[in-house]
Design a protein around this ligand. Structure first.
Ligand SMILES: [Zn+2]
Length: 67
């Protein structure tokens, strides 16, 4: 049979994660399903938004230090 995720042909008797070829493909499918249902995978993480642009912007605007 053929894996719906990676399109790899495999023996159904050799797979631990039918109808997928492997547990990895099963997780990929599960992730897609959850992502479509909740949109979690496409949501930006607010905790990770530290606005790194501010850092270089401040340095850019500050006058150069001269000795
Ligand atoms: Zn697969």
């Amino acid at each position: 049979m053929r894996c719906p995720i990676c399109q790899l042909e495999f023996l159904s008797s050799s797979s631990p994660a039918l109808p997928f070829c492997s547990a990895r493909c099963r997780e990929i499918d599960l992730g897609r399903w959850l992502g479509e249902r909740y949109g979690l995978l496409t949501m930006p993480d607010p905790e990770a938004d530290e606005e790194p642009e501010n850092d270089w912007a401040q340095k850019e605007n500050s006058p150069p230090v001269s000795d």
